[in-house]
Write a protein that binds this ligand. Structure first.
Ligand code: ADP
Ligand code: MG
Length: 339
């Protein structure tokens, strides 16, 4: 029998990877915002048209890319963020897989403008279906702008599967809020169809939460602050009397990355003990910092689930700390606006 195995062409491999990485416009938003943060941006703009179906553009004032990098960033497994497998256990960036831009460029019309501080002129690249259409020098500010147009233009099944604009916008806002909460020190702007949705100034955490969820949130927040050998935890939980019938605003960040964990969520709820009414949920904004070598982030392409070495210990600390803080608040309610 003759040989029948072939290596897939890059554009096919990219499209397959895109199937995992890019579920919907919100996935693109997440990847682009995270790249902007990894580039050290202090100011990030997100512009949308038609719930991201027509346009998703992220403009940052980060470090930009050189002429060669501007082309290389669209290659699969091309990354500036890790060099070896060990680096996976010492991650200080959101990205490391080097496949987001390659995936996005396989399934959309993408336009990149980028310039580094040193360069006089920047680069302007157009790419679609993994093919670079043009690369020119262009006058552009230091930083990067990536416009993703007509997502899934070449995958009708995916395009047709997208939900209504309202639903897709909701998913985008969720991603935007997660990133904005993870980085209160960064300014964010969000425009949708020309209308301003969010304009968030660089702020402390309490003010960032309030500017996203409204002034009423301020009085509901109980500060949490605990440092132990295996974990530091800061943030807020809402007082039990403000718990919600529908699931509230629940955010866990681990080393500045939003994560989902039913187990850790349970630790928070358990801390409220008998305080919660049946079927009601507290809101929380909890920021955990753990040693990078004690977690594995590389267990899912979207990186919202992570594996902890010592999940049971974290559970115990989270539960005890929140319980203690709630108890303190009940004895001596404080409103500390500086935290
Ligand atoms: P990853 O983020 O996992 O490295 P991506 O495909 O998202 O992979 O990006 C590839 C590379 O392109 C990054 O490692 C980075 O060097 C560069 N890059 C992407 N976005 C930006 C940006 N906004 N500013 C500067 N460099 C960027
Ligand atoms: Mg990335």
């Amino acid at each position: 029998m003759s040989d029948i195995i072939q290596l897939l062409p890059d554009h096919v491999a990219n499209q397959i990877a895109a199937g995992e990485v890019v579920q919907r416009p919100a996935s693109v938003v997440k990847e682009l915002l995270e790249n902007a943060i990894d580039a050290g941006a202090t100011n990030i703009k997100l512009l949308l048209k038609d719930a991201g179906k027509t346009l998703i553009q992220v403009i940052d004032n980060g470090k930009g890319m050189s002429t060669t990098d501007a082309r290389l960033c669209f290659e699969r497994h091309a990354t500036s963020k890790i060099r070896s497998a060990q680096d996976l256990f010492n991650l200080h960036t959101k990205g490391f897989r080097g496949e987001a831009l390659a995936s996005i460029a396989a399934i959309a019309h993408v336009e990149l403008k980028t310039k580094t501080e040193e360069d006089e002129l920047g680069n302007h690249i157009k790419i679609e279906g993994s093919k670079i259409g043009s690369q020119d020098f262009a006058a552009t500010p230091t930083g990067t702008s990536i416009a993703v147009k007509n997502l899934f233009y070449n995958i009708p099944a995916r395009r047709n599967f997208l939900k209504s604009d309202a639903v897709e916008t909701r998913h985008i806002i969720d991603e935007f809020q997660r990133v904005a909460l993870a980085h209160p020190e960064i300014s964010f702007l969000l425009h949708h169809n020309g209308n301003e949705v969010y304009h968030l100034q660089s702020d402390n955490l309490r003010k960032r939460i309030v500017s996203i969820f409204g002034a009423k949130m301020n009085e509901k927040l109980v500060p949490i602050d605990e440092q132990t050998d295996i974990l530091s935890m800061v943030g807020f939980v809402t007082k039990h009397e403000y718990s919600k019938k529908k699931r509230g605003e629940q955010f866990f960040f681990v080393n500045d990355r939003f994560i989902k964990s039913a187990y850790l969520n349970h630790a928070v709820v358990a801390a409220f003990d008998g305080l919660l009414e049946q079927g009601s949920h507290p809101s929380y904004f909890l920021y955990l910092t753990v040693p990078t070598k004690s977690i594995d982030i590389n267990i899912h392409p979207t990186k919202t689930e992570i594996k902890f070495d010592n999940e049971k210990d974290l559970y115990a600390i989270i539960r005890a700390t929140i319980k203690h803080s709630l108890g303190q608040y009940n004895v001596a309610p404080v409103l500390d606006f500086n935290r």
